[in-house]
Design a protein around this ligand. Structure first.
Ligand SMILES: [Zn+2]
Length: 423
């Protein structure tokens, strides 16, 4: 295709999206009005039917996928109810590859807090749309769907194929979420943008890692009237927690990452204690012989899981050596390595250039403190970044909203990135 041809299709597609702002707002309103709180996973069927019909009408080939009913008990947690679906919209080019996939989850957290309006009754006020999931992440889905529609309607000649994929069970993860459907091979992309809210002038190029587990202090039980006869595991834990605060955490604080972070103060490793606290809980008149406190240790990209686990173990070993009466155990229950996509990777360059052209400023590249499903693609060797509309800090809260102008800009960024990767 000549340069002239590709430029004219770019301006055609972008012009189409500029003219469809109202349709985009209506689409997002429709997505919010089908509540999909998880747990338990309500209305997944009507939601996916709506998305599938919309995509078909937009001119895409559509597939709806679900695990076999008999597999569900093994895949879902007890709080979950009903079937899990993934919807794929496909725009075929000359070849299957390169394939570019726009992906997002369609479940939301359950409504909580004091909503002034109906969380499932979307309202537009002053250029913002209020409703549950507007930021996390039905806004991203709506922008992606409109981008795919623009390419389909303008009948742009594509070299490779464009996929839109929406999947369940991100907010309250099960084994029937994105990982399941990737395992089944319903898409096989080379490039991915996950539309979680990053801010319109920011790309999440990576995320922190984590090591999660428990510290268990063992004491010696005694009657509460004779504490001198026992070793109080709770009191020993207080000393352990205090050492973590005064010795280990300051050490982590001095380890500043070279990357930019979102939020900014996340640019160093962190350790949070006490999300789960347990113990003997026998009676008030018992000296406890056991105290358990969970930990959540987040890694910057410069750290490795092996180093961090070794640091934890040797820190707690040292404490034991200094106190004959202290007996403790560290149990790691899960872990995930940090992940960063190189800034000079093709996906990062193409999306960055599109943002620079369409959002009026070159984007920041940040590592996110929280985790996204993007990592599931990166683990499979796919180039994937996180970029989507939404308002910082309002996800999962009453009054969740998104900015209408940003929905249009992100839809245009998705479309332009698709054209540059595929046309
Ligand atoms: Zn989300």
């Amino acid at each position: 295709m000549s340069d002239l041809g590709s430029y004219s299709s770019e301006s055609d597609v972008l012009g189409y999206l500029d003219g469809r702002r109202d349709e985009l707002v209506r689409l997002l309103s429709d997505l919010i009005a089908i509540p999909t709180p998880n747990p338990p996973g309500d209305n997944y069927k009507p939601f996916c039917d709506f998305v599938a019909d919309w995509l078909r009408e937009a001119g895409l080939e559509v597939g709806v996928h679900a695990p076999p009913e008999e597999a569900l008990p093994d895949l879902l947690r007890p709080e979950a109810e009903g079937q899990r679906y993934a919807v794929v919209g496909r725009l075929r080019g000359l070849a299957e590859h390169p394939a570019f996939c726009l992906q997002g989850h369609y479940d939301t957290v359950p409504a909580s807090g004091d909503w002034e309006s109906d969380p499932y009754g979307p309202q537009v006020v002053d250029g913002k749309l209020y409703g549950l999931g507007s930021t996390d992440m039905k806004g991203g889905l709506a922008s992606m769907m409109m981008a795919a529609k623009a390419l389909a309607q303008k009948k742009v000649a594509l070299r490779g194929s464009l996929h839109f994929l929406t999947t369940p069970d991100e907010e309250f993860p099960s084994r029937a979420g994105l990982a399941y459907f990737l395992e089944k091979g319903i898409v096989d992309p080379d490039y991915v943008v996950v539309g979680e809210p990053s801010g319109v002038r920011n790309i999440h190029i990576g995320m922190k890692g984590g090591v999660w587990g428990d510290v268990i202090v063992k004491g010696r039980a005694a009657h509460g009237s004779r504490p001198f006869a026992g070793v109080n595991a709770f009191e020993k834990m207080v000393e352990v927690a205090s050492a973590v605060r005064t010795d280990l955490i300051p050490r982590l604080d001095r380890r500043v990452s070279d990357y930019d972070f979102h939020p900014l103060q996340g640019n160093r490793p962190t350790l949070a204690l006490g999300g789960l606290v347990g113990g003997t809980n026998a009676s008030r008149a018992t000296v406890p012989d056991r105290c358990t406190v969970s930990f959540d240790r987040r890694l910057i990209p410069e750290e490795t899981l092996a180093e961090v686990e070794e640091e934890l173990v040797s820190f707690f070993d040292d404490l034991q050596r200094q106190d004959d009466e202290l007996s403790l155990e560290v149990k790691v229950s899960s872990k995930a390595p940090p992940m960063v996509v190189p800034a000079d990777s093709e996906i990062c360059r193409v999306v960055s250039d599109a943002i620079t052209e369409l959002a009026g400023a070159s984007p920041t590249h940040t590592v996110s403190c929280g985790g996204f499903e993007t990592v599931l693609f990166v683990d499979r060797g796919v180039q994937a970044v996180t970029y989507g509309p939404g308002v910082e800090g309002c996800a999962h809260t009453a009054g969740e909203h998104t900015i209408l102008d940003d929905l249009v800009v992100t839809a245009k960024v998705y479309a332009l990135a698709a054209l540059r990767l595929l046309a």
